[in-house]
Design a protein around this ligand. Structure first.
Ligand code: SAM
Length: 340
């Protein structure tokens, strides 16, 4: 006779094992998310205007050799991960699958789509350097350089497809945080020119200028990024290297501060930083996202996400001893920094 001892979920050893496996297999969640994107599952559900069966998803994929059993197992995984909802209703034999607050971001071509960042983050081009993360910690330098022989910005400037994929991914990430930024910060009190340093293809500055047309926007980024930026009314795109010189403006939105001080034309000029403040305590719903983004920067471009103490130090070194932090309901915060 076999006796089965029930799993004691409170047992620290069991919990440790479960945590180990959850982390070990977390890359499979990314792969399943990418697979849902490639198969356009969110788009198929959205197209039906309501929850649908597995067979309807299968029809939407319309592959003559579709592995329906595989699709059903994929949906089980995506439901377990709360990426899609599964509804069991008595009148339906088959479960119904529905979009939820997570999978709605997989629908493509909407204003709030996160499909471009999902595609970029799960792309081998982005993921391969993580296999060299240990080297980048042992020796310093970026894992991207060790993988590709060039830094990412060079890689993007030489590879138009990678450049577009990265720029689109950043634009989608920026777009979803801009509502929170705009509703919590009064750009209307600014005057003259506002320059976004490393502004990508100009999503943030275009939204600001669109709401506050009295401001003149300057979007500053590297020439290969600017060359693919769409034009926006009230925004001038300028290509260049922020480590060499940044154009003059009355106020700045910025990620790197060193050159900013010399570029501020008025004494009352201020710097608005819209960026991550790392909170290693993990008591905020976005803390893991912020730490993941920090690892991405460590591996990929050699940048870093900062705690408030680190921001305070870097601001002081750049000549901005006064600052306010404005917490907003998204993964970034606003830091308003002043010279005096
Ligand atoms: C993390 S992305 C952020 C893009 C944009 N601010 C956004 O939120 O969507 C960093 C940006 O900095 C730009 N960048 C990196 N090094 C730069 C440099 N030396 N001069 C100007 N821009 C630079 C990159 O091209 C990229 O668009």
């Amino acid at each position: 006779m076999t006796t089965i001892s029930p799993i004691k979920e409170n047992d620290a050893v069991i919990q440790g094992q479960a945590r180990f496996f959850d982390n070990l297999f977390s890359g499979i969640s990314s792969a399943a998310l990418r697979c849902a994107l490639e198969l356009n599952i969110a788009g198929i559900i959205k197209g039906h205007d309501g929850p649908i069966t597995l067979s309807q998803i299968a029809q939407g994929i319309s592959s003559p050799t579709l592995n329906v059993e595989g699709l059903s197992r994929l949906m089980r995984m995506l439901v377990l991960k709360q990426i899609f909802d599964e509804l069991r209703q008595p009148e339906h034999e088959e479960p119904l699958y529905a979009l939820n607050q997570c999978s709605k971001f997989l629908v493509q071509d909407t204003r709030d789509t996160l499909a471009p960042i999902a595609r970029f983050i799960t792309d081998p081009l982005h993921f391969s350097p993580f296999y060299n993360l240990n080297q980048c910690i042992e020796e310093g330098g970026t894992a991207a350089l060790k993988t590709y022989g060039v830094e990412v910005w060079d890689l993007f400037s030489r590879n138009p497809q990678a450049n577009k994929s990265f720029n689109d991914s950043m634009a989608s990430l920026t777009r979803i945080s801009m509502d929170a930024v705009m509703s919590c910060y009064d750009f209307g009190s600014m005057e003259g020119t506002l320059l976004d340093v490393g502004g990508g293809v100009g999503v943030a500055i275009s939204e600001i200028v669109n709401t506050y047309p009295h401001l003149k926007g300057i979007n500053f980024d590297m020439p290969h990024v600017i060359s693919s930026a769409p034009s926006y009314e009230g925004v001038t795109h300028v290509g260049g290297d922020m480590f060499t010189t940044i154009p003059h403006a009355d106020s700045f939105m910025i990620k790197v501060l060193v050159n900013c001080r010399e570029s501020i034309t008025k004494r009352n000029g201020k710097v608005i930083i819209v960026d991550i403040i790392v909170n290693p305590r993990g008591d905020d719903v976005f803390d893991e996202t912020r730490i993941n983004m920090d690892m991405m920067m460590l591996c990929f471009d050699g940048g870093k996400e900062r705690t408030e103490v680190e921001w305070k130090r870097i601001l002081e070194e750049a000549g901005f001893p006064y600052y306010n932090v404005i917490k907003i309901p998204t993964f970034v915060s606003i830091i308003e920094a002043y010279m005096e």
